[in-house]
Design a binder for this molecule. Sequence first.
Ligand SMILES: [Zn+2]
Length: 535
Amino acid sequence: MLQCLSAKRYSSIKLLINVWNCECLYKNIRNIHNVGLEDIPKITVTNIRKILRQKGFAVQDGFTSLISKCTLCSGEEKTSGSKIYINKATGYFLCPKCNIHGNWNILERLLKKTKGEAFIKEIRETSHKDFEKVQNDWQGVVNETISLSKLNETEMLDLCRLFEYPYHPETNKILADVRISPDHTILYFPLKNTLDNIVGYRKVQAGKEDESEHYGLHTAGLYSCKAPKVGRSDQAILVPTIQDVLYLAGHKVPGTLIWLTNCSLPPIVLPVLENYQKLCLWGDWDNMRAVAEKLGEDRCRFVRPTDGLVTATEAAIANLSLKTLVSEAKPAAHRSITTFAAIRDDVYAELTNIEKMKGIKWRRFPALTRLLGGHRRGELTVLTGPTGCGKTTLCAEMSLDLAQQGVNTLWGSFEIRNSRLARTMLQQFAGIPLEQNLQDFQKYADDFQKLPIYYLAFHGQQPIKIVMEAWPTRGTATVTRGRTPLSRPSAPSPPQGIATSRSSCTPERNVNRKICLLVQYSAARKRLKKLIMCL
Ligand SMILES: [Zn+2]
């Protein structure tokens, strides 16, 4: 018992050490991202919400965070900024105002007040000190640099040449809050948090390959700007380079332009993006979908490569309209876009049932089987040809073939009487001219009757609605044969699938519950077209 307790205690201490390590500033170390899987608390959004509500906090549901009141700084001043953002997936929390942040275990302790006043005081003081350090550091940068807005046109041109940035007459307005060293070789991009407070900066030195350096609270802020005189604050465009930002601003693309140098978005920056209803991701990020998932797929859109041009910079150089490309960005959660993850089970099922997937082979037509593989579920086969060429005869024989292999078959013969159709099939079944061998009729008819062949009792032109009403009821009632029987007990072994126009048959099993059709098609073009539309 003691051992167990000490082990438990050790892990809490370790956890705290991890958190305190990540408080280190100016070290360019983001220890919070080095936490192992075992350190990630097993917390769900429901639990977070429950605990907050139990403690009497109102909870607002954001895209990536639950937003509540920060108890640590809300009492200090009457301001609206005392919000705490709690990441829904990890429980990582942050108050942009008092800078308190950490993983869920810390917040849970703060909420439950299990650690007492001393613990809260310590956290508060450390957070405050960290924030002050960042502010002082930025002030130091400001004192030694000048704003880009102060540069004249020639200086701006030189700067763009040196840093290989696209020049635009308003570049200094776009980058107004960027600072530049007196020798014009180092740029300092401020990183701002949700409250527009500077919480770090990115230093870019001309001619340096590894150009970015991050300072601040684990880069808790992002660099963003807007094209001059362009409004629309509910949309942000996320791009990987400052060149992309400048091209987009030059093209006056509406929205906030955010320079995101990589897509490992730590939970601490997510609150910065919380206010944007729409996020447009444009870059060569391989894991754009993973980024979108982190940001909330419903509000994300992707600009996909056009003619091999991946980034906004490439598109701009090729004289494409960036505005149009952004407006045509495709939703990340588009229903017609899927991932391998979503279909991998289907792929596995296909691989394990490779023979079945090839369809049911026609025994009477080995050449046809060689050509087409077999009669497959989920497919519509249209058989067409001039009058009298034998479409009905072939369809009858094909369906008979499949029915003899146990495939339920339903005929919807609108032009030939069912009795005549059945006579043809019985003839094919017997393999001898029955009119000359009437004495054998009963024997063949008895056997034929055992086959799973059904006929729709329609003849002549029929309104499509009536036909459709007849078939889904029976079709859906029976598609799961071999699995859970959905058919009514009174239904006499109903068909699995349905044929129409003149003839059809369905495969043995219909996993996707789709009706599989073999449609013979002669003059009923309009009817068939309508029918296909209804499927
Ligand atoms: Zn706070």
